[in-house]
Design a protein around this ligand. Sequence first.
Ligand code: NAP
Length: 294
Amino acid sequence: MSASGKLRTGVVGLGAMGGPMARNLASAGLLQAVWNRTTSRATELGTELGVTAAPSLEQLAGACNVVLTCVSADEDLVEVVEQLLPRLNQGDVVVDTSTVNPLTARVLAERLAAVGVGFVDAPVSGGVEGAKRGALSVMAGGNSAEIERIRPVLEAISANITHMGPVGSGQATKAVNQVIVGGVAEAVCEALALSEKLNLPSERLLTVLGAGAAGSWFLEHRGATMLENRFDTGFKPALLLKDLKIVRQLAQDLDIKLPMVESAIRDYEVLLEGGNDDKDISGLIRLKRGSVAG
Ligand code: NAP
């Protein structure tokens, strides 16, 4: 991709986050093609947005000079990059918005650099709501020139882009972010389970809590729905469990203890073992209510 060349972006992984990102890239005139493992998702979105639903990752790579990935976990990302590799061209950039271990980001960056392809780790925060509004917070790791080249792509999906340092530092930042996300979810779910036992009026409770020092993104966006027992949109517990295990690995490597993270890991394991694979982590309130065996 020449420095002034038009950005032709392909999006890989059209789930809860990747789908809305692709829509925002299409609105910005930057979307060239989409690909998804379950083909029907790509065909439907491709038709809706008037872009190519690439039949294979190789074909997507051939049609694009920027590939934005948003898949579940480390091994999925590695698989995807291996399939993209044969058709990526020198100067192309892979920008990964999934949450993975910083080491995975560094290994993939080296693998791609060997064929002249750039890599930016750009994990995001802001939930499905942030993805839909194109208002995510991007934690970018990589070299400045590459980040500048793909800046319009990041701008189309986000309200804030922060360059944290070399490749891997975006994912290291995301690990820190997930300690807070996991901890806040523990606190809010426990607090609201207690409020139910105390028979407090839910609407007034959420208003007063949100207006003071207990306010948070999670309380604001998930408080009402979890009190209505709806866990049907957002961030899957299995994905947060994956993130917390990344955090655990980093903590072990650094020889530090994160007891709250360990406690959250146990909670999500119990929740998932009980078959509670909700679409959102706020389903954790059921464990805090005692309605899931621990
Ligand atoms: P999701 O709705 O479950 O979507 C996952 C996507 O990854 C789907 O498109 C899925 O394809 C694809 N995928 C999984 N394994 C794959 C493989 N081996 N090869 C190719 N594609 C594969 O998850 P999501 O919520 O969008 O999350 C995606 C990433 O963003 C995760 O790393 C997550 O931790 C991170 N994230 C999520 C949120 C959130 O609030 N949801 C916020 C920030 C970051 P299929 O359609 O075929 O299953």
